[in-house]
Design a protein around this ligand. Structure first.
Ligand SMILES: *[C@@H]1O[C@H](CO)[C@@H](O)[C@H](O)[C@H]1NC(C)=O
Ligand SMILES: *[C@@H]1O[C@H](CO)[C@@H](O)[C@H](O)[C@H]1NC(C)=O
Ligand SMILES: *[C@@H]1O[C@H](CO)[C@@H](O)[C@H](O)[C@H]1NC(C)=O
Length: 330
């Protein structure tokens, strides 16, 4: 019997990589300005009603506003304006931080290494009632921020949630991860750690998908905004950097001509991945899983109702993956 768990909450589809060129400073001021805490205490309570929370969330999520974009400075101005109009002393400070954007992505799948390859379009489709249909063109292509540039071709291995214990279980089952491409699902650990664990196990690339069991994936035909689940082509994007802040300035501020360490150095420490990776929708992830044979995965590695039987591989399903990044200080 398959493990039935409640699907998790819908994640925002618009890409929001970590880091940001503009930061609105106000928390620090709470301790600097000679105002009594009770003023801010009551101010915070007065600002955080359901109605205002809903209004601010709506305003901030109406458009994609990836770090470093014009839309993001509009969002920063909104926050500044909101705080200022509540009489909270606030200002905007600019930082020059390392940011990454996708230049090229491709992924194709064949049922074995000599069968014809079928490319995935890697597009999040617009659907009826899609509240973001009008701004779809502003949404960056699906990618993992700070992912490694590169091309990989290999047999696919299924690694459940990509945790340390999942790779240990693969090793125990004598499944060869080394030199192959890992497919793992979102939902238990940080995506940067999934890619890292795949790299440490010897994988040449990692694919991280949202399983319909965890995120809905269109089960029952209902998804955001009519239900809280992701649509079948919805992709969770985000960072794969495993540290905090700007990777090239660990421990100091990214201002002016400050000293910076090289990207290769960050990769060497393991904080940025050394293998390429891509995020995938539930629909595309399932298409790959259907091509994997070998041992049947354990019950708690299986999908939800209607999913195919998940197996461990490697292969014969075979993927070609390419990811090209633009990564620089902005
Ligand atoms: C805010 O909304 C939540 C969820 O609908 C509800 O449980 C809560 O009672 C509301 N709070 C107020 C103060 O209206
Ligand atoms: C590979 O796939 C092709 C097309 O589906 C099939 O004709 C061929 O027999 C397969 N080869 C192997 C070794 O399974
Ligand atoms: C593991 O798979 C890789 C790539 O398919 C292959 O080169 C390697 O020989 C395999 N290792 C073992 C122990 O089977």
């Amino acid at each position: 019997m398959k493990n039935q768990s409640q699907p998790r909450l819908f994640y925002r589809i618009a890409p929001v990589p970590a880091g940001g060129a503009i930061i609105v400073t106000f928390l620090l001021l709470f301790t600097i300005y000679p105002r009594s805490t009770s003023t801010y205490h009551s101010l915070f309570l007065s600002l955080s009603s359901n109605e205002t929370a809903a209004r601010h969330l709506f305003a901030l999520t109406r458009r994609p506003h990836v770090a470093g974009s014009d839309a993001n400075s509009v969002a920063a101005a909104y926050v500044l304006n909101t705080l200022s109009s509540a009489s909270i002393p606030s200002h905007i400070t600019s930082y020059n931080v390392l940011l990454s954007y996708p230049i090229h992505r491709s992924l194709s799948l064949s049922t074995n290494s000599s069968a014809p390859a079928i490319p995935f379009d890697l597009i999040q489709e617009i659907y009826p009632d899609d509240p973001y249909a009008a701004v779809a063109a502003d949404i960056l292509p699906t990618f993992h921020a700070y992912a490694h540039s590169g091309t990989a071709a290999g047999l696919v291995v299924y690694a459940n949630y990509g945790r340390v214990e999942d790779f240990a279980a693969l090793k125990e089952s004598a499944v060869n991860v080394s030199g192959n491409v890992v497919i793992a699902r979102y939902g238990e650990i940080y995506r940067g750690d999934i890619v890292r664990n795949a790299q440490l196990a010897g994988a040449i690339a990692a694919i991280v998908y949202s399983d319909a069991k965890d995120y809905g994936g269109g089960i029952g035909g209902k998804w955001f905004p009519n239900d809280r689940w992701m649509p079948p082509s919805g992709v969770q994007v985000g960072s794969t950097y495993r540290g905090l802040g700007d990777p090239t300035t660990p421990g100091w501020a990214s201002v002016g001509d400050c000293e910076r360490i090289g990207i290769e150095e960050v990769v060497a420490t393991g904080l940025m991945p050394g293998i390429p990776s891509l995020p995938l929708s539930s629909r595309d992830g399932e298409a790959i899983l259907r091509t994997i044979r070998g041992k049947v995965a354990a019950d708690d590695w299986q999908g939800g109702e209607g999913a195919p039987v998940y197996r461990l591989g490697p292969g014969p399903g075979f993927v070609h993956l390419t990811y090209l990044v633009s990564i620089e200080v902005n």
